[in-house]
Design a protein around this ligand. Structure first.
Ligand SMILES: *Cc1c(COP(=O)(O)O)cnc(C)c1O
Length: 235
């Protein structure tokens, strides 16, 4: 009995947090002269158990982001009956590409052609094309994953040609110290790629709990929010 009361309380907390995050999105969109309908909220559920994802779903959330493949597959199996949309947002080894292609609807962390080729080859024929964002090392961090700014145009052109993928846009995880500048740079890169390569990319995956408003001010169409919805992660 006590345990159920606790779960119930936690569920209200998640629902409240979701309401608050949506409100922050509204406020930031209005301040930027944008329509909040153009901004998708991705709930980053890494390290959260399946029960917690189910609670967020009960509170109206359908898009979830995961960083670790094995952890995500375990949750998906438990939540099979729910119509959830799963986004892979973590680093992905090429030898794990097949599993990601089979189980996710989106991969945001494509940073090299070999990975994109493997995702395309492994995408099951009965599923729609896998939605792809290219992760860009937009602020040129030495230790960061992501395609280089210089390599982006040729990678985007090659990924766009792969049969079982739909290249949707760009993703970045900039250093918090200069994230607003990096967000603006990522938006310009998206505009340049569309012009130079002749694409119609519509997705800017940028902004986390700490810099959601800055990302929206610079044109984010998808914000990836973990802590502000689920609380601090213990791991
Ligand atoms: C963990 C993570 C997030 C969410 O970060 P919060 O600060 O908890 O909102 C977003 N994007 C990526 C790629 C992440 O790994």
């Amino acid at each position: 009995m006590g345990r159920f009361c606790q779960i119930d309380k936690y569920m209200h907390k998640i629902a409240d947090n979701l309401t608050q995050v949506k409100q922050s999105i509204q406020v930031a969109a209005r301040a930027a002269g944008r329509n909040a309908d153009q901004i998708r909220l991705l709930a980053v559920s890494k390290t959260q158990p399946a029960e917690v994802v189910a609670q967020a779903y009960a509170a109206g959330q359908t898009h979830f982001g995961e960083n670790y493949l094995q952890e995500a597959l375990g949750k998906m199996a438990k939540l099979e009956s729910l119509p959830l949309v799963w986004h892979f947002i973590g680093p992905l080894q090429s030898n794990k590409a097949a599993l990601a292609a089979q189980h996710f609807q989106w991969v945001h962390s494509v940073d090299r052609l070999k990975l994109a080729q493997r995702l395309s080859a492994a995408r099951p024929a009965h599923l729609p094309p896998l939605n792809i964002c290219i992760q860009v090392n937009v602020d040129r961090q030495a230790t960061k994953s992501g395609c280089s700014v210089e390599g982006l145009a040729s990678l985007a052109a090659a990924v766009a040609k792969l049969p079982n993928l739909t290249l949707r846009g760009l993703m970045a995880i900039p250093n918090p110290d200069n994230s607003r500048t990096a967000f603006a740079d990522l938006r310009r890169l998206l505009e340049d790629i569309n012009l130079m390569v002749g694409l119609q990319l519509d997705t800017l995956s940028m902004g986390m709990s700490a810099d959601l408003a800055e990302a929206i001010a610079e044109g984010a169409t998808l914000v990836r929010i973990g802590t502000a919805i689920f609380g601090e992660r213990n791991l």
